[in-house]
Design a protein around this ligand. Structure first.
Ligand code: KDG
Ligand code: MG
Length: 416
């Protein structure tokens, strides 16, 4: 018989959840954070940010999740996950899975702090010394984008995503005036953008031809189509980009229908990445099992937390697919911290997206992870190593913002 009072990670009474709160703050952009507190005084943080739909998750947590947490054993991470997933009856979906992820990550954080161990150690220990990341370069034309890629290489990056403005379009996805990051959720109502496929398909191969000419073969180059192409257009782009050896081509076509990826595979060996808008293993399953992609991007905050994304990564490993977690600035430092621990452990790691947060965001979320030589390092503090300065957070009230929408030149709604 186990004596629960003598367990190293605290007694059942120590681990009892006595409080949970949602903190919404906007240090430059909106973030939703869940804080769970145990009777022992140990607390944990989980990210619950769903860009442009933040308050839906905040309400889901406050109204439907937190009342179920009080009195539970914080050490029962798996059972709590199953309770929130199976027990809700209405399964899956970005709001539900983001809320579950926030609870799950906060509980792993608590477990780490109680055990005195970094999260990667709880998962099974280190599989690698460093976590390779890619940064974001963009520009108003090919010239400027190439100069930006050069700036990233000079900062030590070994992998860079490159996006350049599409000639004739007023605003192109991923092109920003800010250094290091782009921030798409800019206005209270969605910004209307125009999308045109023909000039895009013409400019992107020219961009990568120039990047290889300017920067050589060693740097890894990536590109995000952001769901804009039909399957056969995506196949053409993937084929046209083959000479430039991309690390990956991302979201080449919307992935609700995995069959679209058969077309791309039939015509090209450019590696494919998909999954940042997925929220469960069921979204990923067909693409993984049919080996239609090479990198899975579903990350902790939108994929049900560490408990669930671990299962996605294991399924991916069976089919030769590696992880490449989403890491835009709308995923808070709490998610990035947890992701870097996960990346440090996961055997089938590929790469981690890294868009630096603003100084304001970093001040609100002090963290242990650090960037060096093109890689992230998790740090060794217990749990995921990310804190929240609640006093400072209170100085940045929520500011409603939505993501843009896209239309074709004739006014037809398109995928943004
Ligand atoms: O909120 C949407 C962004 O996270 C998304 O547009 C970023 O596609 C993205 C990426 O690859 O970082
Ligand atoms: Mg993307």
């Amino acid at each position: 018989m186990v004596n629960v009072e003598s367990e190293p990670h605290g007694s059942r009474r120590d681990r009892e959840i006595v409080a949970a709160r949602v903190i919404v703050t906007s240090p430059g952009r909106n973030f939703v954070t869940l804080k769970i507190e145990t009777r022992s005084g140990v607390s944990g943080l989980g990210d619950a940010t769903l860009n442009g739909r933040e308050l839906a998750v905040a309400a889901y947590l406050e109204q439907h999740v937190i009342p179920n947490l009080i009195g539970r054993d914080a050490g029962r991470i798996e059972d709590t996950w199953q309770f929130l997933y199976r027990g809700a009856y209405w399964r899956r979906g970005p709001v539900t899975m983001t809320a579950i992820a926030a609870v799950d990550v906060a509980l792993w954080d608590i477990l780490g702090k109680m055990a005195g161990l970094p999260l990667y150690q709880l998962l099974g220990g280190r599989s690698r010394d460093v976590v390779l990341v890619y940064g974001h370069a963009s520009g108003r034309d090919i010239e400027e984008t190439s100069a930006e890629v050069g700036r990233f290489i000079a900062q030590g990056y070994r992998a860079v995503r490159a996006q350049c403005a599409v000639p004739g379009l007023a605003k192109s996805y991923g092109v920003t005036r800010m250094k290091n990051a782009y921030e798409p959720a800019e206005s209270e109502l969605p910004l209307q953008t125009v999308w045109s496929t023909a000039p895009y398909l013409e400019v992107v191969p020219r961009l990568f031809e120039r990047l290889r000419a300017d920067h050589g073969r060693e740097v890894e180059l990536l590109h995000d189509v952001h769901h804009r192409l039909t399957p056969i257009e995506a196949a053409r782009l993937a084929r046209d980009l083959e000479p430039y050896r991309l690390f990956w081509l991302e979201d080449a076509t919307p992935a609700e229908n995995p069959d679209g990826f058969e077309h791309i595979r039939r015509h090209s060996v450019t590696p494919l990445a998909v999954g940042e808008v997925f929220n469960s293993i069921w979204d990923c399953r067909a693409l993984l099992e049919r080996q239609l992609i090479d990198y899975i991007r579903t990350t902790i905050v939108h994929g049900g937390g560490i408990t669930h994304v671990r299962r996605i990564a294991d399924l991916a490993a069976l089919h030769g697919v590696r992880t490449g977690f989403h890491g835009a600035t709308d995923l808070s430092p709490v998610t990035l911290g947890a992701a870097v621990h996960f990346d440090t452990w996961v055997p089938n790691f590929g790469i981690q997206e890294y868009m630096r947060h603003s100084e304001q965001t970093d001040a609100v979320f002090p963290h242990d992870y650090t960037f060096r030589d093109g890689c992230l390092h998790s740090g060794e503090s217990a749990g995921h190593g990310v804190q929240l300065d609640e006093k400072l957070a209170a100085r940045f009230p929520y500011s409603p913002k939505q993501l843009p929408v896209a239309r074709l030149p004739d006014g037809t709604m398109w995928d943004w």
